[in-house]
Each structure stands twice: as structure tokens, then as C-alpha cells.
Ligand binder design. Structure first.
Ligand SMILES: [Zn+2]
Ligand SMILES: [Zn+2]
Length: 345
């Protein structure tokens, strides 16, 4: 590895800093990736605000990364030094009950590469969602590093790793939106805009964008939204995950309609459900974990769509910064000033 290794670390609740880290050589079935671009996603903010969420501290932040393979551990088949990869946080283990039932998209235990990342003092770092991409380097299981064409600019490619896979696949895989369906999206950040793009790709006849921020509605229209106010629809994607937005979603679906919950709700968030109303409406409620995406199958397809112009990734990268711009990037996301900041370590 050339140059110093650095990463953005949540050391203890409320304390985040860019610091020197130590990255070990990849073990069997693992790869070492030099991160070239990483999107700043809401889930990283969630990890900070929820004191690590379910990750043991200290935590290496970031989970939407792309880069180049620097080393392949024994058995890391199909990958070679120099390959451009997007890192996936939802690879399939091949061992759990869902994988054994040939449902790798619902894998219960996506593989990790534990014990490879350390703080300066030797303490083991837990990478966010088994990836840890706010860093110069990380180590992940080979199955989580998916080769994509180098023609796709890396600062666009990284978005495939979380926001784009989550949004687009929530439409195509979780909800299986049909051609001609009416779709609404509540919350038009990077994931919401990806839902809109997925709905456009699925051939939805109507795409309603809902957001409190006028700027986001404008962007939503640019990405394919046909309306910017609520209305009766077959599918609503709640990308916000608050009781008010979930209620609004349930209120918008027509008979037989589907509400898909994508947003990460704060701990303790609750809704009251009108059961007779749900029954009468034959409402379906689905939960999307990353749109049930499977990196090895979906990333190459999404990259191809981007290269073909079917998927607009370039328009989603509204700001780039170096790794030390992480704090500003999180603030810009909170304020809604950007669709995505991409950090280029
Ligand atoms: Zn599994
Ligand atoms: Zn994310």
C-alpha cells in the first residue's frame, strides 16, 4: 500500500475525526480496495446520531464506495489487482437459511472481513455495514467487491453501492412495480431520486414526488417525476420513515396498493394502524432493506444502464470533496443543499 492510511472514525458517541488507521493485508477470500470515491449517505449520519447504531465502537464510517483492488487474498477468485470495483454491503453469504432456499437477496448474514481494520492504538474498527469506505483503503470479502467497467467515472460508480441500488431495486425487486403503475415517492434525496429513476425504468405511468423542500421537487422532475403533489397511486415509497410520512403513504394508496418502507426511522418511531381500513383496502406493507439488491447481479446491470444513459448518475453527484471534507458533507446533506457529496480519498 502506498501512502498513509486514513479514515473517518466514530471513536465514541458524538466524537468523529479523520485519523490514521491501519489496514491489514486481505485474508482468504478477501480483497484490499483503495477507495477512490465514496458517497455520503444518510445512514452514516444515522450511525453517528444513534451512537454507532448496531455497530460496536470504534466505527469506521462510510458504506457507498468504489475503488481499485490493490491486493487479492488467497481464494479471491475472479478478481485481480487493478480491477475497478463497487463495494456492496449486502452480498450473500451462501450459508444462511435464506441463501439455502435460493433467496440470496434476503440473505440474513451478509459476509464481513472482520479484524482487518485498526485504529492507530490497535483497537479494532467496525466498518459501517461491513464496508468502511470513508477511508483511503478497506478490506472486504471478495464477493462484496463487484467489478464494473472503468468507463463509468468512479465518483458516479460509487453511488451504485447504496443509494442507487437501494432506490432502483426497491422498485424493480422489492415492490416489482409493473409497467403503467402509478407511483409516489416521499422524500426526494439520493435514494428517493433513485426510486424515481427506477419507476421511470419500470415504465410507471405516473410518478409523484413529495418533499417539503422545493429544490428537491425541481430535481425530482428532472429525474422523471411527472407530478409534485400527492394523489391516488398503486405504490408509495416512504424514503423518510417517520410516522407522518408513513400515514401519508397509507392514505395515498388505492385498493390493493402497496406501501414500501425504505427510510431508516429513528429509534422508537411508531405509527398507529387502522386495521379495518387496511383490511378494506387490501393494503400491502413491504420493508425494503436496500431494495433487496444483490451486488454481484445488480451492480453490473446498474453500471451498464448508467453507461447507456438509462440511469442518470452524473446528475446526482452535486459536490465532490476530499476525505477531510466529511463534516461539511454531512452538514450539506442535513440541510438538503446537495443530492450527493462524493468524497475522493
Ligand atoms: Zn445468506
Ligand atoms: Zn447508504
Amino acid at each position: 500500500m502506498k501512502g498513509p492510511q486514513r479514515g473517518v472514525v466514530l471513536g465514541e458517541p458524538g466524537s468523529v475525526a479523520l485519523e490514521e488507521i491501519h489496514v491489514d493485508a486481505p485474508g482468504p477470500g478477501e480483497v484490499l480496495v483503495r477507495i477512490e470515491a465514496t458517497g455520503v449517505c444518510h445512514s452514516d449520519l444515522h450511525v453517528i446520531e444513534e451512537d454507532g447504531w448496531h455497530h460496536a465502537l470504534p466505527v469506521l464510517l462510510g458504506h457507498e464506495g468504489a475503488g481499485t483492488i490493490e491486493a487479492v487474498g488467497p481464494g479471491g477468485e475472479g478478481l485481480a489487482e487493478g480491477d475497478r470495483v463497487v463495494i456492496g454491503w449486502k452480498a450473500a453469504c451462501g450459508q444462511c437459511s435464506m441463501c439455502k432456499r435460493r433467496r440470496p437477496r434476503q440473505c440474513k448474514k451478509p459476509p464481513a472481513a472482520p479484524g482487518r481494520l485498526h485504529r492507530h492504538d490497535g483497537a479494532e474498527l467496525t466498518p459501517v455495514l461491513r464496508t468502511g469506505t470513508f477511508a483511503t483503503h478497506t478490506v472486504v470479502p471478495a464477493v462484496a467487491a463487484v467489478k464494473i467497467p472503468r468507463e463509468l467515472p468512479v465518483e458516479q460508480a460509487c453511488l451504485i453501492g447504496c443509494a442507487v441500488a437501494t432506490g432502483v431495486m426497491s422498485v424493480l425487486e422489492t415492490a416489482k412495480v409493473w409497467e403503467g403503475a402509478r407511483v409516489a415517492v416521499i422524500g426526494c434525496g439520493a435514494v428517493g431520486l433513485s426510486v424515481i429513476q427506477g419507476a421511470r425504468i419500470a415504465g410507471a405511468s405516473e410518478i409523484r414526488a413529495i418533499d417539503l423542500d422545493e429544490r428537491k421537487l425541481e430535481q425530482a422532475t428532472h429525474f422523471g417525476a411527472t407530478h409534485t403533489e400527492p394523489g391516488p397511486v398503486d405504490f408509495v415509497f416512504d424514503v423518510v420513515g417517520r410516522s407522518a410520512t408513513f400515514d401519508q403513504a397509507l392514505g395515498m394508496i388505492v385498493s390493493g396498493g402497496t406501501v414500501v418502507l425504505i427510510g431508516l426511522s429513528p429509534a422508537g418511531e411508531k405509527v398507529e394502524l387502522d386495521l379495518p381500513g387496511l383490511f378494506a383496502k387490501r393494503a400491502r406493507i413491504l420493508v425494503s432493506h436496500g431494495g433487496d439488491h444483490l451486488p454481484e447481479e445488480d451492480f453490473p446491470r446498474l453500471a451498464r444502464w448508467a453507461l447507456e444513459g438509462k440511469l442518470d448518475l452524473a446528475g446526482m453527484v452535486t459536490r465532490t470533496a476530499r476525505l477531510d471534507g466529511w463534516e461539511e458533507a454531512l452538514a450539506a446533506m442535513k440541510s438538503g443543499d446537495v443530492i450527493r457529496t462524493v468524497l475522493t480519498p
